[in-house]
Design a protein around this ligand. Structure first.
Ligand code: NAI
Ligand code: MG
Length: 477
């Protein structure tokens, strides 16, 4: 049974209750976490406050950077252990689990180097005045982390918050939080002061809600579903607590007739099967120019039929989904789609070694999905690619922008002028031209518009969100 991690020590949840940790590959419980509540959250927020006002807050920026770099090195030294934890907890194929650890180390490295480069400005003003700005940390920064990429999201949000001088309280998802607890322990071993990084595990409606309501929390970073994100933002607004929301998407891959398909198609497949489609930036819609629609679907069908799904440790193309309810949701939406006449072009195979108690879902390629269909509008978080054709560039833009979301878009075309026009007209937070995701790029700001949320994480830009600006005006004559 895993305890909370507060003030650099493990503290059992005050409720005495636990939540089983289930391995998605076989559906069996293999560990348990504490069912944290408002008492544990209060403990963690107090620890963070003490640390922020003293040890962490008073540490010179360069020293914060050194500690973050030590944590990055320590994460790499523990890479095999962390990848094994993440694999079992989330059902991630080995390559994905390892990539997530490498991304965490890279985030920490990036933010280590950024600590002493974040500064304010001096502002020209009236004669007799000197005006400057300070970028100050919010103070206690709360992080509500989902289960799809616990390590990576820890890196991008906790890494940036610490770099900016905040102390953190983290509420990882009840479905997957073991790696986050372990990283907090490793940080303590690497020399982080007590209270800089605190973890409270538990359900969203208990520990998560208590954290959002706590008057001692000065900023919230939330990644998860639009429904819960909306609720969290409403609660935060009651006490004027600033918040960053990353709420997923229904991101399009847009393929023009002049696209280099040899480059595009493998990337398009990867962008929907990675982490079994449970990625906020998954490329879950495929928009293809009419003239090449049939040939693109034929080529993709060949690939989809070769895809293999199975236990995470087998390191196949896809592992299981996170839990039974996600599996049921994907199955239900696929059944509804077929009832409404949407055709499956091709699907992959679940291998025979996959235990029937695991949460497996074969990747599915759908064609002619109507724009109004839930499969073209809602985030599914499963390996399902919804295709449709477009007539011309204007139609492509119209379809691409016609969902509530606006996170990512991929554009495949050789025409330079069209690349720019598309990049300008797509309503989303990041556009990838002839690539998708730019290999992860921790340097690249990331976030959405519309229902995908607001605020930016990743890159230097994230540091602005984890600070507040104080203007200081001196009148000296
Ligand atoms: P969720 O939004 O319920 O969970 C995300 C996090 O929020 C978890 O840590 C959870 O404990 C916490 N949470 C839940 N209720 C809360 C509350 N009242 N106050 C504070 N924190 C709370 O997401 P869920 O149910 O696990 O997944 C449902 C769907 O959400 C997925 O199918 C997917 O479409 C979307 N999602 C999107 C993610 C993204 O990366 N943008 C990540 C996870 C889910
Ligand atoms: Mg939920």
């Amino acid at each position: 049974m895993q305890a909370n991690f507060i003030d650099n020590v493990g503290r059992p949840a005050s409720s005495g209750l636990s939540i089983p940790m289930v391995d998605p590959s076989d559906g069996q419980a293999f560990d348990a976490i504490g069912r944290g509540n408002a008492i544990d959250v209060d403990d963690a927020v107090s620890a963070a406050r003490r640390c922020q006002e003293r040890a962490w807050g008073q540490l010179p920026a360069a020293d914060r950077g050194r500690l973050l770099m030590q944590l990055s090195v320590a994460v790499t030294a523990h890479a095999d252990e962390l990848a094994a934890i993440e694999q079992r907890d989330c059902g991630k194929p080995t390559r994905q689990a390892r990539a997530d650890v490498a991304a965490l180390a890279r985030y920490l490295e990036f933010y280590a180097g950024a600590c002493d480069k974040l500064h304010g400005a001096t502002i020209p003003y009236l004669d007799g005045y000197s005006v400057l700005t300070w970028r100050e940390p919010h103070g206690v920064s709360a992080h509500i982390i989902p289960w799809n990429y616990p390590l990576q999201i820890f890196g991008r949000s906790v890494g940036a918050a610490l770099a900016a001088g905040n102390a953190c309280v983290i509420k990882p998802a009840e479905d997957a939080c073991l790696s986050v607890i372990r990283v907090a322990q490793i940080a303590a071993e690497a020399g982080f002061p007590s209270g800089a990084i605190n973890v409270v595990t538990g359900y969203g409606h208990e520990a998560g809600d208590a954290l959002v309501r706590h008057a001692g929390v000065d900023h919230i970073s939330f990644t998860g579903s639009p429904d819960i994100g909306t609720r969290v933002a409403q609660v935060a607004a009651q006490r004027h607590c600033p918040i960053t929301l990353e709420l997923g998407g229904k991101s399009p891959q847009i393929v023009f007739a002049d696209a280099d398909l040899d480059a595009a198609l493998p990337t398009i497949v990867n962008a929907i099967i990675q982490n079994s489609g449970q990625t906020c930036s998954a490329g879950s819609r495929l928009l293809v120019a009419e003239s090449i629609y049939e040939s693109v679907l034929e080529r993709l069908a060949l690939v989809f039929r070769t895809l293999r799904v199975g236990p995470a440790a087998l390191d196949l193309d896809l592992g299981p989904l996170i839990r039974d309810t996600q599996q049921q949701r994907v199955r239900r939406m696929l059944a509804a789609a077929q009832d409404s006449g949407i055709q499956i072009v091709a699907q992959g195979q679940i291998v025979s070694q996959a235990p029937p108690t695991g949460f497996y879902q074969a990747p599915v390629l759908l064609r002619d999905v109507p724009l109004a269909s839930p499969l073209a509008q809602e985030e599914l978080f499963g390996p399902v690619l919804a295709s449709m054709s477009f007539r011309d560039e204007g139609h492509a833009i119209e379809l691409a922008n016609a969902t509530a979301f606006g996170l990512v878009a991929g554009v495949w075309t050789q025409d330079g002028a069209r690349q720019f026009r598309m990049a300008r007209r797509l309503r989303c937070g990041q556009v990838f031209i002839n690539n998708y995701g730019a290999g992860g790029g921790v340097e690249i700001p990331f976030g959405g518009v519309k229902a995908s949320g607001y605020g930016r994480e990743k890159g230097f830009e994230a540091l602005y969100g984890f600070t507040t600006v104080k203007s200081v005006a001196f009148r000296h004559g």
